[in-house]
Design a binder for this molecule. Structure first.
Ligand SMILES: C[S@@+](CC[C@H](N)C(=O)[O-])C[C@H]1O[C@@H](n2cnc3c(N)ncnc32)[C@H](O)[C@@H]1O
Length: 213
């Protein structure tokens, strides 16, 4: 889905102290940014930020960073940080491909990837947020034995991603092809997930552990 251009998005985000346009400066220093040693969870491709915002409201002792290169979507999540007075959330409008410019080795405690674009055509698959070239980068910024949580509605993407994770040396802890809502009462439903659940689509859910190299 293409979002209509929001001319207010970038100027408004520049005024928001929780949004980092020059996040490279904080590589290796995110704990200082939050002012505590709480775990840092990163959501990649956060869209309008519903998942991170709701997670952060429930888990005040976890720090969250949400990233998405689409400022027309991310603007809504960044507004919520202020409106809900959340001190444990930061946001960066960045491309996941450059993630190593923003985080140091072992700086991140968990990554969430929710309903990333499935890119079904073979020539586009390298743009998937679970593509091996990205999984290798995530592994560097993740602490050893920490995990990536992945949800999607797309069966081909899920099946291919199981292969990608395994190829990149992650262990599969969960691979659920039908994530029923009542089996996961703690699940936080994302914007896209709500849409697909309402259409009766089965949600696929995986948890993958980045093993020590
Ligand atoms: C289909 S939306 C899902 C949004 C949200 N996670 C949800 O579940 O409702 C996928 C998001 O991933 C973002 N995205 C795709 N490729 C990206 C990349 N390379 N870097 C950062 N964000 C990316 C898109 O801009 C889009 O907002």
């Amino acid at each position: 889905m293409r979002l209509r251009k929001k001319h207010f998005a970038i100027p408004e985000m520049h005024e928001n102290p929780y949004v980092f346009f020059e996040g490279q400066k904080y590589k290796g220093k995110w704990r200082e940014v939050f002012g505590n040693d709480n775990p840092i969870y990163l959501e990649i491709g956060a869209g309008k930020g519903k998942f991170t915002i709701e997670s952060a409201m429930i888990n005040q002792d976890i720090n969250y960073i949400m990233v998405d290169f689409e400022t027309n979507a991310l603007i809504y999540g960044t507004r919520q940080i202020i409106e809900r007075e959340l001190t444990n959330v930061r946001a960066m409008p960045i491309n996941a491909e450059h993630i190593l410019d923003y985080f140091e080795e072992n700086e991140i405690d968990r990554i969430y990837i929710n309903f990333c674009n499935p890119w079904p055509k073979v020539r586009h698959q390298k743009r998937r947020l679970t593509y091996p070239s990205l999984l290798d980068k995530y592994k560097i910024i993740l602490k050893p034995n920490s995990q990536i949580y992945f949800k999607t509605d797309d069966l081909d993407l899920f099946q291919d991603s199981l292969d990608y994770f395994s190829l990149c040396g992650y262990s599969t802890l969960i691979a659920d092809f039908d994530m029923e809502e009542d089996e996961y009462p703690q699940n936080i439903v994302t914007e896209y997930e709500r849409k697909f659940r309402n259409l009766g689509e089965k949600i696929k859910f995986g948890v993958f552990e980045a093993n020590v190299n």
